[in-house]
Design a protein around this ligand. Structure first.
Ligand code: SF4
Length: 360
């Protein structure tokens, strides 16, 4: 993927003096919303079946419970947060298929959130759901930014590649995935797209196409969850039979770095890269490209590629990269792994308290 350079100064960043002969540029990652999200996990609730890769209790660290128990727990959490003067937060309903919960449970959860909007504790509400669970009539009932409704829907598209959707038994095709993205936008809601590279029948070229397809719908954000094999899932059975091979870690990081560059070039942040390292998750992972610092591995490689391209675009090879001190770990990479690659470009690294990067 060739991503054009972005030369946008992040909001609030002051310009710093640029020494003669130096080229200055900002980190290519777009700014993210800084809201604190309170996740409310509803494992498997509303799901029409079990997807081949999915083990929500292991992935979210949340035990199954009834809808009434989850609602009661949410109300208690919000009441406690209000009493203790907690900072404003955004609610996110994850782990199931929120828009397919039996009526009137979606409205009950949204009403609980709405009761705390007036005090300013809850600023926004989002949920994750499947592309085949967002018909326009439903969105009209649940959506519409406002005190009662959802503000954002994160669609678990996983891929727009038809054969991979079919091989994974997702139950919808690329046409429905695109239609669902359009329906969310037409309902006036912010769109998030969740992609799951490495499903059966899915290779890195398909991820590149998935990112382009997601960008067609101008999402607010994207999540990238490379497919890992969790204990007890149908995918674990396929692995044992030799019918499925997960992506290797190195190839995954390589593909994710390109995906990040393509997203950043269009101003779309990746708000999650890889499963969150919930306590005990490691014991459930049988195989696949999981690493506790997967996001940093991919971000660091993406930044390296961006800087490499910047260096190549100059008239003469630069000798020094001055980077903002706050990006130090992204420059050097996990455990310093990228230092030799900058050295191979002939670049000496220096770090300063400045907002932009310099090459000279
Ligand atoms: S992937 Fe989504 S729809 Fe499928 S079982 Fe898991 S939570 Fe439910």
């Amino acid at each position: 993927m060739n991503a054009p350079f972005r030369a946008i100064r992040p909001p609030g960043e002051a310009a710093s003096p640029v020494p003669p002969g130096a080229t200055a540029f900002f980190h290519p990652e777009p700014p993210r919303r800084r809201a604190r999200i309170l996740p409310v996990f509803l494992p498997f609730l509303g799901c029409p079946g079990r997807c081949v890769y999915c083990a929500q209790p292991a992935a979210t660290g949340t035990a199954p419970a009834s809808l009434a128990e989850h609602l009661h727990a949410l109300e208690a959490t919000l009441d406690q947060a209000r009493r203790s003067g907690a900072q404003p937060l955004e609610l996110g309903f994850y782990g199931g298929t929120f828009t397919a919960l039996p009526e009137p449970w979606p409205q009950r959860f949204l009403a609980a959130a709405a009761r705390h909007r007036a005090s300013g504790l809850v600023t926004r509400v989002r949920c994750s759901t499947r592309p085949d669970a967002v018909d326009p009539g439903l969105l009209a009932r649940l959506g519409g930014p406002g005190p009662q409704g959802l503000d954002m829907i994160e669609l678990g598209v996983q891929t727009f590649h038809g054969p991979a959707l079919e091989a994974s038994g997702r139950g919808y095709g690329p046409g429905e995935a695109h239609a669902a993205c359009r329906a969310v936008r037409r309902a006036g809601l912010a769109l998030g797209v969740q992609l799951l590279p490495g499903l059966p029948g899915h290779d890195p070229a398909h991820l590149e196409a998935d990112v382009r397809a997601a960008l067609e719908h101008e999402p607010e954000a994207v999540r990238l969850y490379p497919c890992v094999v969790l204990r007890g899932t149908p995918l674990a059975g396929a692995l044992a039979r030799g019918d499925y091979a997960p992506w290797p870690l190195e190839a995954t990081v390589d593909a994710l770095a390109d995906a990040l560059l393509a997203l950043w070039a269009r101003g779309v942040p990746a708000i999650r890269t890889g499963l969150a390292p919930e306590a005990g998750l490691g014991a459930h992972i049988l195989a696949g490209p999981w690493h506790p610092a997967l996001g940093q591995l991919a971000r660091s490689l993406a930044l390296f590629r961006h800087i490499h391209a910047r260096a190549q675009a100059l008239d003469r090879p630069p000798r020094t990269l001055v980077a903002p001190r706050r990006w130090r770990s992204d420059i050097t990479g996990h455990q310093g792994a990228l230092r030799p690659r900058y050295a191979a470009l002939g670049l000496t690294l220096a770090f300063e308290d400045r907002p932009d990067f310099l090459l000279f």
